[in-house]
Write a protein that binds this ligand. Structure first.
Ligand SMILES: NC(=O)c1ccc[n+]([C@@H]2O[C@H](COP(=O)([O-])OP(=O)(O)OC[C@H]3O[C@@H](n4cnc5c(N)ncnc54)[C@H](OP(=O)(O)O)[C@@H]3O)[C@@H](O)[C@H]2O)c1
Length: 340
C-alpha cells in the first residue's frame, strides 16, 4: 500500500518538478492529485508517463489524503495549508510562511533529519529557501568537523527562483533588446534583468538588508546551529535555472583544504568538482536537472586564522525546492507514516 499524494501548485516551476521527482524516485504513490488555481482547471501536467488534469485547490477536499506538497506561494498557503493539515494530511510547504515558527520543523534531510519528529505539532513541515538549502548541505559536514564560527555568503540566484513569470521576463526582455519596438520594461524585477544583475531580492528591512538575506541567516541558524553567525548579500543574475554561491567560512578549529575536500566528497547530497584548470568547476547551467549540490573552488582563506572559501552550485528547482520536499516526504514515510 502506498500514499495518496497531493501536489498543490502543479502548474508552477516547483510543482512540475515535484511531479517529475516523485515519478523519478518512484515514490510509492497510490493516487496523486495535481492542484492549481481555478484558471488552470483541466490543464494537463506530466507525472512520469501519465498525464494528470489539474484540479482546483479552492474546492479540494483533503480528507483521506496522506501528504500534500505545497508550492503555491505564501498567501495561497495561508488560505489552504491549514485546511489540509486539519484534515489529517501532512503539509510539506515550500513558501516562507511557516519556516520561522518554532513548532514547525524546517528540514533539509541531509542535515537535520531528526527534526521530522516535530511534524505532528501542526501537521506542517517547512522547506527552506532555495539558497539556504544548498548552502547548509555544504556547511553541515564542515561544521561537524571544525565548528563554524562565521559565514560570509554572496548568492547569485537564477530567475526561476522567482517563479514562472520571472523566467518569461528574462526571456522576453533579452529578445526585446534586439528587436526595436519590442523592449520589455521591468515588471517582476525592480530593474532590467537581461544582461544585468540586481542586488535586491524580496523587501528591504530596517537594517538595510533584504528579506532574502535575512532568510539565509535565520534558516541556517534554525537548521544547522543557532550559534553560527551568517551575513549574506543576495544578487539576482540573468540565469534561468541554477543558483550559485561564493561562501567564506571561518571555523573554530583549523581545517585544511584537502581535508575539507575529502569530507565534502564523502558527504550526502554533495558532488565535488574541483580541478584547478579551465572548466574544472561547476557553473549553474551544468547543475540543471541534477540532484547534487556541487562544490568547487575549495581553497584556504589565508586572511584569517581558520578560513576556507568554496563555490556552491545547485538546481534551485530541485535541491532548492522540489527534490528537498520529496526527500522530506520520503523521510516522513520511512520514519513515521510507514506505508509503501
Ligand atoms: N522556484 C524556486 O526556486 C523556489 C525555491 C524554494 C521555494 N519556492 C517557493 O515555492 C512556491 C512556488 O514557486 P514557483 O517558483 O513554482 O512559482 P510559480 O512558477 O509562479 O507557480 C505558482 C503555482 O502556484 C499556483 N497558485 C498560485 N496562487 C494560487 C491560488 N490562489 N490557488 C491555487 N493555486 C495557486 C499556480 O497556479 P496557476 O498556474 O493556476 O496560477 C502555480 O501552480 C513559492 O512559495 C516559492 O517561494 C520556490
Amino acid at each position: 500500500m502506498g500514499y495518496r499524494v497531493v501536489v498543490a501548485g502543479a502548474t508552477g516551476n516547483v510543482g512540475r518538478e515535484m511531479l517529475n521527482i516523485l515519478a523519478e524516485r518512484q515514490f510509492p504513490v497510490d493516487e496523486i492529485a495535481a492542484l492549481a488555481s481555478r484558471k488552470s482547471l483541466g490543464t494537463e501536467v506530466s507525472f512520469g508517463d501519465k498525464t494528470l488534469k489539474t484540479r482546483d485547490l479552492d474546492t479540494f477536499d483533503f480528507t483521506g489524503w496522506d501528504i500534500a506538497l505545497f508550492a503555491v506561494g505564501s498567501s495561497a498557503t495561508k488560505a489552504y495549508a491549514p485546511k489540509a493539515a486539519a484534515a489529517g494530511c501532512v503539509v510539506i510547504d515550500n513558501s516562507s510562511l511557516y519556516r520561522y515558527e518554532p513548532d514547525v520543523p524546517l528540514i533539509v534531510p541531509e542535515v537535520n533529519p531528526d527534526a521530522i519528529e516535530g511534524y505532528s505539532r501542526r501537521n506542517i513541515i517547512a522547506n527552506p529557501n532555495c539558497s539556504t538549502a544548498q548552502m547548509v548541505v555544504a556547511l553541515k559536514p564542515l561544521h561537524d568537523r571544525a565548528r563554524l564560527r562565521r559565514v560570509v555568503v554572496s548568492t547569485y540566484p537564477s530567475v526561476s527562483g522567482a517563479g514562472k513569470e520571472a523566467i518569461d521576463e528574462l526571456w522576453n526582455q533579452t529578445k526585446g533588446m534586439y528587436v526595436p519596438g519590442q523592449e520589455v520594461e521591468p515588471h517582476r524585477f525592480t530593474k532590467q534583468i537581461a544582461f544585468n544583475v540586481i542586488p535586491h531580492i524580496d523587501v528591504f528591512l530596517d537594517d538595510g538588508s533584504t528579506k532574502e538575506e535575512w532568510k539565509m541567516v535565520a534558516e541556517t541558524k534554525k537548521i544547522v546551529d543557532p550559534a553560527i553567525r551568517v551575513t549574506a548579500t543576495c544578487v539576482r543574475v540573468p540565469v534561468f535555472v541554477g543558483h550559485s554561491e561564493a561562501i567564506n567560512i571561518e571555523f573554530e578549529d583549523f581545517l585544511d583544504e584537502d581535508e575539507a575536500r575529502d569530507i565534502l566528497r564523502e558527504s550526502p547530497g554533495i558532488m565535488v568538482v574541483d580541478k584547478r584548470e579551465d572548466g574544472g568547476y561547476v557553473t549553474p547551467v551544468e547543475s540543471v536537472g541534477e540532484y547534487a549540490t556541487y562544490i568547487s573552488r575549495i581553497r584556504q582563506d589565508s586572511t584569517i586564522e581558520n578560513g576556507l572559501n568554496i563555490w556552491c552550485v545547485s538546481d534551485n528547482l530541485r535541491k532548492g525546492a522540489a527534490l528537498n520536499a520529496v526527500q522530506i516526504a520520503e523521510l516522513l514515510g520511512n520514519r513515521v507514516l510507514r506505508k509503501g
